[in-house]
Design a protein around this ligand. Structure first.
Ligand SMILES: [Zn+2]
Ligand SMILES: [Zn+2]
Length: 440
């Protein structure tokens, strides 16, 4: 049970062979020796080698702990949005201590250890824009803080990373959760939560949001909620089991992202009607000015997130599937939704070809297989276009939403904030029946 501010270990670089970092101000080794300026990091035979600009080795053990001096910061180039369509490299600045840890394969991790509230200040401004409505930023702060604490608790319970794949000849069901990280708690990218250092903090609103909610957690039944979030639900939120293990949480029900209720999706007919329609919802917005305030600049490149369409030539999709899954399906014949959640997200998809027929799940794996990067979501219906000879020419995916859909809809929550809802109202809209508690 959390009763004081925890510290968190965030991997900024994972499995790198070498890198350069700049220490702005002094950092200290356990021996008391100081290091500053431009440094080279390399990994060799299970050791990390830290050397200065002239090549002189400063230290070369298995693990190096560098404590930051007062006001010292670290600058480095980080890849963000890894494997997503917004992947790019950015120079970022971080506060806090650094751990360099060698892996047996001559690679290393660079891990940043910082107090949770500092970490959250960065996450809030990295996930969304710091100019977003204040009540939304508060809701986002409490959600991210709760998710983090729940994740750390879960990690303590499952000390070893659990294998989560159910694989047979014709079925591949797997999901990815954050307890697959060892030696650190979270990575700094979309896989966990975006943490892009202190360069993103451009506005006092973020500090105000963290300050106003300092130590506040979402709770249910005296436990901290596993408060998930994502970009846009597409009109209705999803249940936990569509994305991760077959579990359900009372505070993670599927809810309509609107003032009145829409029916849940129960059939393929329902899904087709829902995804080809554009029902009103908090996240159904194309208000450029508002989205400009809500989303970080690189996310504003994704505009059609509420309803979207992806069209592939049959051969093109066969190639993508082969590359992403490693399976040669032959001539692609059909894509069938075997199982959908209440938001329309497919959790099991059957891919039928002339050589193989395989069912894949859950939502993230489906999104990964069906795109050179990732599909925006697994809520889609498939139609095929035929040539004159009757063979399939193209597959068209009509979809909705952005992300797994479980818990808080960030764009919906930000729109609620802009309409004057308080962070309490926003959180209780997405996390039904949850309470809020000060833990430190
Ligand atoms: Zn991660
Ligand atoms: Zn939504």
């Amino acid at each position: 049970m959390i009763n004081r501010e925890p510290k968190i270990k965030v991997a900024l670089l994972q499995n790198y062979r070498e890198s350069k970092i700049t220490l702005n101000g002094n950092y200290y080794l356990p021996s008391g020796k100081s290091a500053a300026g431009l440094l080279n990091i390399q990994s060799l035979a299970g050791k990390v080698i830290l050397s200065d600009a002239s090549g002189e080795v400063i230290a070369s053990p298995k693990e190096i702990f560098l404590t930051a001096g007062e006001n010292s910061t670290l600058t480095l180039d980080v890849k963000i949005g890894i494997d997503f369509h917004w992947q790019r490299t950015r120079q970022q600045i971080f506060r806090g201590s650094i751990i360099l840890r060698a892996n047996p394969d001559s690679s290393f991790h660079l891990i940043n250890e910082i107090p949770v509230e500092d970490y959250l200040t960065s996450v809030i401004s990295s996930e969304m824009s710091a100019r977003a409505p204040l009540e939304f930023l508060k809701a986002q702060a409490i959600t991210a803080r709760s998710w983090l604490a729940a994740m750390l608790e879960r990690k303590k319970r499952n000390s070893a990373a659990l294998p989560v794949n159910r694989i047979s000849d014709n079925e591949i069901i797997c999901w990815h959760d954050t307890n697959d990280h060892s030696f650190f708690d979270v990575c700094a990218d979309d896989h966990c939560q975006r943490y892009q250092g202190i360069t993103q903090i451009t506005c006092s609103a973020v500090n105000a949001a963290i300050g106003a909610t300092h130590g506040i957690y979402l709770v249910y039944d005296n436990k901290i909620c596993d408060a998930r979030y994502y970009k846009a639900c597409g009109g209705r939120t999803e249940v936990f089991a569509s994305a991760w293990e077959d579990q359900s949480f009372p505070y993670l029900q599927s809810v309509t992202d609107h003032i009145t209720d829409y029916a849940v999706i129960r059939s393929e007919d329902d899904a087709g009607k829902w995804l080809k329609d554009k029902p009103s919802a908090y996240c159904n917005t194309q208000d450029k000015a508002l989205l400009g305030e809500i989303l970080p600049s690189f996310d504003q490149e994704t505009i059609d997130f509420y309803r979207w369409q992806v069209s592939y030539a049959r051969e093109e999709l066969e190639e993508i599937l082969h590359k992403k899954s490693g399976i040669d399906f032959g001539i692609l014949q059909n894509l069938i939704a075997v199982e959908r959640g209440p938001s329309g997200r497919i959790s099991k998809l059957q891919i039928a070809g002339t050589k193989r027929t395989v069912t894949v799940g859950k939502e993230l794996e489906i999104r990964r297989w069906l795109s050179p990067t990732h599909l925006l979501s697994s809520a889609f219906v498939v139609s095929a276009k035929h040539s004159k000879s009757g063979a399939i020419d193209r597959f068209i995916l009509d979809g909705g939403g952005w992300g797994h859909g479980v818990g808080l809809c960030q764009i919906g929550a930000a729109v609620m904030g802009s309409k004057g809802y308080s962070y309490h109202e926003i959180l209780l809209h997405y996390f039904r029946g949850a309470g809020m508690e000060h833990r430190y």
